[in-house]
Design a protein around this ligand. Sequence first.
Ligand SMILES: Cc1ncc(COP(=O)(O)O)c(C=O)c1O
Length: 390
Amino acid sequence: MSQMIETGEKYIMHTYGRFPVVLDHGEGVYLYDENGKKYLDMYAGIAVNALGYNHPKLTETLQEQVKKMLHVSNYYYTKELVGAAKLIVENSIFDKVFFCNSGAEANEAALKLAKKYGKLKNENKNQIIAMKKSFHGRTHGALALTIQEKYQKSFMPLVPNIQAAEYNNIESVKALMSENTCAVILEVIQGEAGIIPAEKAFLQEVEALCKANDALLIIDEVQTGIGRTGTLFAFEQYGIKPDVVSMAKGLGGGVPIGAMACTAKADVLVPGDHASTFGGNPLVTAATQVVLTELTQNGLLDHVKEVGAYLKEQLLALKDEFDCVKDVRGIGLMQGIELTIPILDVEKKCIENGMLIVGAGANVIRFVPPLIVEKAHIDEAISILRKALI
Ligand SMILES: Cc1ncc(COP(=O)(O)O)c(C=O)c1O
């Protein structure tokens, strides 16, 4: 075993089951370990590194920003903070942005915003509907919205007044919805549940139910957002207009940033209601501007659509070829293949053969590569995966 792994085992808390690989650096869509072994990265740090590794514009912008200033308080404006917020608003249906540091924090912010929105309407309007098998993060509030026993059971009781509905089952949402519902939160594609896309009619009916009951529709785009599915936000492909969206992961191209955006109707937070010391500091918002500019002005969204369609085509071909591939699901560069064989073995074989991929749920392998991935990389990925399925 590598000395680094031994030392890591000694000092790092065991909140992850790590693979025995010590990563050293990356270039494009490839990572290299401490021994110089090269890995094709179909994982992107779990859908984070939108522009891959050492992207020239992102690297240069960050280097320049490090020389200028890393952090200042949110009690001041910076060009980077304002620029990032402007890019989000001008490329979406939203009017205002709050910056934080992660997906869970973006959902915490959304949770508080929804509660305040409800309280302004009536004292008892504080019920939130979340979906079974959802994933919204591991902090206390976000975990309460994450309706999965395996994540929640050791930490009960959690935040109260959260009700669980069945995903893609409008009757179960209807049964819980009332004038005391202040929000519904859901993912457009349930990621951690095993890449399960929402049905269009379901999302549209949830939107209508929210409108009828004056409840906020919150879409968690932490994984699906920032171009992952070929549009800036995945909900754009569903013909709905949520009131609130949470985002993180790809937003900083690898630096830690999260955000919640809302429409004017939901813009109820005032000074003192919510805050984050680091949220939107100049380093991370400088990175966000690069990522958003690549997506919205330099053709990266179209690239994702094209390469995402190619990835899906290739995965569907594997389904025809291998009995152990049960299903292929996803949109754009967020695709999952459901297997009938243990996914851990497949992940290990892929690592041996020079590719990093990530599981989703019990039996799904997820492809969430850097958005700059090319068709030739997909061909390489499929040939490595094929070896692991034989
Ligand atoms: C849909 C969704 N929401 C929230 C989160 C939590 O994000 P973070 O790990 O940045 O707190 C994740 C992380 O995987 C996610 O996929």
